[in-house]
Design a protein around this ligand. Structure first.
Ligand code: NAP
Length: 463
C-alpha cells in the first residue's frame, strides 16, 4: 500500500480496521469505541449492505431478531467510524495491505461456506447446502441465481440445528404467514409455486442430542398449514445420561415439545381420510426423523431420494446399524454447519475449522472474532462478549486509550488512497441508508422491505 510515510510517524488516533460488517464486527466496533475513546475505525465489507447474517442469514420471518441492526446503525453513525461497503478482502485489498495500513486489524468475516456432506451423490442437482439455500431465500447477491428447482413434493433437510429448522419453516409457511417477512421476491414466488407437501428434518442422533432451541422447535407446531409429525417410538421417556445442566434443560424442553407433536400428530397422511385433531385439514407435514445418518443421495443427474442408515447412540456418537431406508425427495438441503474459505497467510484450526487464534488474538495487531474465530456456533447475542474481548485485547496491546503518540499507522487515508488508485467503488453508510430507504419504500403491504438482490441494482439507486 502506498501510504504516506510522513503520516506513519505522527500522533493520532489508533487506526483499526474491522473486516466484516456482521454482528461480530459491529459488536467489536461498539466495544472498541467504548474502551478506546480516541480510536478511529474503518469497517470493510464485501457487500454494499451491512449487517452480515442479520440480513443474509437470520430467517426472513424472524424480524424481531433483526431489530439489533438498529443498534448497529447507531454505532455506524459514530463520527469515529467509517463504513466501506463493496470492498472485499483478498479481491480488492489484501490482509497484508490492511496490516501495513492499520495499527490493528480485526477479522469478523464469519464462515460463509457449507460444511461438505461427504456422501455419494452430494453433488447431484437438487442438493443445496444451507449457506447457499438460505442466502438464496434471503436475497444474498451471491446466491441470487441459485434457482433451486422446487418442483418436488418432498424435501429432506439434514441436520438438527436451528438452521435446519429455519429452512424447513420457510419452505412450509403459507404466503400469508410470510407476508410480514422480508423473504426475497424470487424465493417467495418459487416457494409459493412449489408442490411441496412433506419436509423431513433428519437427525443422525436422537431427540435428546438435537441442537434446536426450544422456541424454534415449538414454532414448528404452530404453522397454519403444516402438521408436525414424529414417531413416538423415537422419543425416550426421559432425558438420561451425563450432560451439562443447561443442555439437560434444553433436551427436556425439546423432548416435551416433541411428545406434544407426537400426541397431536395426525395418524393419517394428507390424503388418507379425515383427521379430527388440531391439525385437521392441514395439507403439509414436517417429519422429525431421528437416528438416521445420510448414506447417499440417489438419482441420475438430479436427486430423487435420500438413502439413510439407522443409527444407535454409543458414547454420544451416532453409529450405523447396517439397516438402510430411503426417503423419496427432489430437494436435499444439508444444514450441517459451516466452514471457512482459506484466508491468505492464515492457518485454520483443525478442530473448529476457524482461523487459528489464542482467545481472539492471532498476533499483536491482528485479531479474529465471531464464527471466524470460534467456529459456527452461538446466536447473534453470543458475539457481544466476543466484541468485548477483542476490545480488551487491543487495549492491552495498545494501552493509550486509542490515541497513539507516535509510530502508528496511517489507517483510513491509506485505505482510501488505495481504493481510489484501484478505481474501486466504495459504498458508504449514507449510501447504504439510501438503499435501505429505497427497499423500505418498495415494501409490499405488511412487509418491512423489498430486498434488492443484485449489486448492480443497489448501485443504481446511488447513481
Ligand atoms: P448446529 O446447531 O451445530 O447444528 C448442526 C446439525 O448438523 C447438528 O444436528 C449436527 O449433528 C448435524 N450434522 C453435522 N454434520 C452432519 C453430517 N455429516 N451428517 C448429518 N448431520 C450432521 O448448526 P446450525 O444449525 O448451522 O447453526 C449454527 C449456529 O447458528 C447455532 O449456534 C445455531 O443455534 C445458530 N442459529 C440460531 C438461530 C436462532 O436463534 N433462531 C437460527 C439459525 C442459527 P450432531 O449434533 O450429531 O453433530
Amino acid at each position: 500500500m502506498s501510504a504516506d510515510p510522513s503520516k506513519s510517524q505522527t500522533a493520532g488516533p489508533l487506526a483499526v480496521a474491522i473486516v466484516g460488517a456482521g454482528p461480530s464486527g459491529f459488536y467489536a466496533a461498539a466495544a472498541l469505541l467504548k474502551a478506546l475513546p480516541g480510536v478511529e475505525i474503518d469497517i470493510i465489507e464485501a457487500l454494499p449492505t451491512p449487517y452480515g447474517l442479520i440480513r443474509g442469514g437470520v430467517a426472513p420471518d424472524h424480524q424481531s431478531t433483526k431489530g439489533v441492526s438498529r443498534a448497529f446503525a447507531r454505532t455506524a453513525g459514530d463520527s469515529r467510524i467509517r463504513f466501506h461497503g463493496n470492498v472485499e478482502l483478498d479481491r480488492d485489498v489484501s490482509l497484508a495491505e490492511l496490516r501495513a495500513a492499520y495499527d490493528a486489524v480485526v477479522l469478523a468475516i464469519g464462515m460463509a461456506r457449507d460444511r461438505d456432506l461427504e456422501i455419494p451423490g452430494a453433488g447431484l442437482a437438487g442438493v443445496f447446502g444451507a449457506a447457499s439455500f438460505v442466502g438464496w431465500y434471503n436475497g444474498h447477491p451471491d446466491f441470487r441465481d441459485l434457482d433451486p428447482n422446487l418442483d418436488t413434493s418432498a424435501a429432506c433437510v439434514i441436520g438438527n440445528g436451528n438452521v435446519a429448522i429455519d429452512v424447513a419453516r420457510v419452505l412450509l409457511k403459507t404466503a400469508e404467514e410470510m407476508a410480514d417477512s422480508d423473504l426475497a421476491d424470487h424465493a417467495a414466488g418459487a416457494i409459493r409455486a412449489a408442490p411441496l407437501r412433506d419436509v423431513y428434518l433428519i437427525g443422525r442422533r436422537g431427540p435428546v442430542q438435537a441442537k434446536f432451541t426450544n422456541k424454534e422447535l415449538t414454532e414448528m407446531g404452530t404453522l397454519a398449514d403444516c402438521a408436525a409429525v414424529v414417531d413416538p417410538a423415537q422419543l425416550p421417556d426421559e432425558v438420561s445420561g451425563e450432560m451439562p445442566a443447561r443442555d439437560r434443560r434444553l433436551a427436556e424442553k425439546n423432548l416435551a415439545t416433541l411428545k406434544g407433536f407426537a400426541a397431536g400428530a395426525p395418524d393419517d397422511g394428507p390424503d388418507d381420510g379425515p383427521d379430527n385433531g388440531p391439525d385437521a385439514g392441514k395439507t403439509k407435514r414436517v417429519h422429525f426423523v431421528f437416528y438416521a445418518k445420510p448414506d447417499a443421495v440417489l438419482g441420475e443427474g438430479r436427486c430423487t431420494a435420500l438413502r439413510l442408515e439407522r443409527t444407535r447412540i454409543e458414547d454420544g456418537r451416532a453409529v450405523g446399524t447396517g439397516e438402510f431406508f430411503e426417503v423419496p425427495c427432489g430437494l436435499v438441503v444439508p444444514a450441517i454447519g459451516y466452514s471457512m474459505a482459506p484466508v491468505a497467510g492464515l492457518t485454520l484450526d483443525a478442530a473448529s475449522g476457524a482461523i487459528a487464534n489464542r482467545d481472539g488474538r492471532i498476533d499483536p495487531g491482528l485479531y479474529v472474532v465471531g464464527w471466524a474465530g470460534r467456529g459456527p456456533s452461538g446466536v447473534i447475542g453470543t458475539n457481544k462478549a466476543g466484541g468485548d474481548r477483542i476490545a480488551e485485547l487491543i487495549q492491552a496491546d495498545f494501552p493509550q486509550d486509542g490515541v497513539r503518540s507516535s509510530g502508528g499507522k496511517p489507517g483510513r487515508a491509506a485505505l482510501e488512497q488505495l481504493l481510489t488508485e484501484r478505481g474501486l467503488r466504495r459504498v458508504g453508510f449514507a449510501d447504504w441508508e439510501r438503499i435501505d430507504t429505497a427497499e423500505v419504500a418498495a415494501a409490499p403491504s405488511g412487509a418491512p422491505r423489498r430486498k434488492l438482490t443484485r449489486i448492480a441494482d443497489m448501485l443504481a439507486i446511488l447513481d
